[in-house]
Write a protein that binds this ligand. Sequence first.
Ligand SMILES: [Zn+2]
Length: 219
Amino acid sequence: MPESAAQQSLAEVPLTELVACHECDLLMRRPVINDGERVECPRCGYELYSHRPQVIRRSLALVLAALLLYIPANFQPIMQMTMLGQTSHDTVWSGVLGLYDAGMQSIAVVVFLCSMAVPLLKLLCQLLVLLSICLKIGRGYGFLLYRIYHHMREWGMLEVYLIGILVSIVKLADIAELSVGFGLFCFIALLLVQVWLEVTMSPHQIWEALAGEDARARH
Ligand SMILES: [Zn+2]
């Protein structure tokens, strides 16, 4: 059978030359690729890895842009609301404080973690990982931080928060005078930069950059 013959030959290949698809677990020989090329799984089409040029520099620029946007996104008004002659300027941070004061402490903590704390920690992890690759220092911490970053990915839910904001704007538009604030634009920009960063900062290349240097440092 050709399949068992292929498996037999794969069994003789050293582990370092094998790669498994994250989606369908297909085991195959690690293809050699050049800059700008990408490898897809022959069975399910999932992108195994790609070699984009200047990944570290581009990711670093995006992380810094995201960190700059983080402050106005959370502390500038998302919307201005006028109701019964009173105007309020609502920021993400004032929303967290409002929930806390209204006796919804547990919801305030969840909103704080998902919309402020985790996204900031994720960005700081990414920044430190990239800096450790760039400056060639603290490679061990780089590994640890990148692992932590992967665990935190599931907890940063900016997009869910954005949908919540948009729904509340639509609902409140009937009963109050609303105008969208500068903070909302920063929030949307932050979200877009983070998505762009996720696409740019290919995990395979980051692990490789970390591991390559680590192996050299150990010997
Ligand atoms: Zn696959």
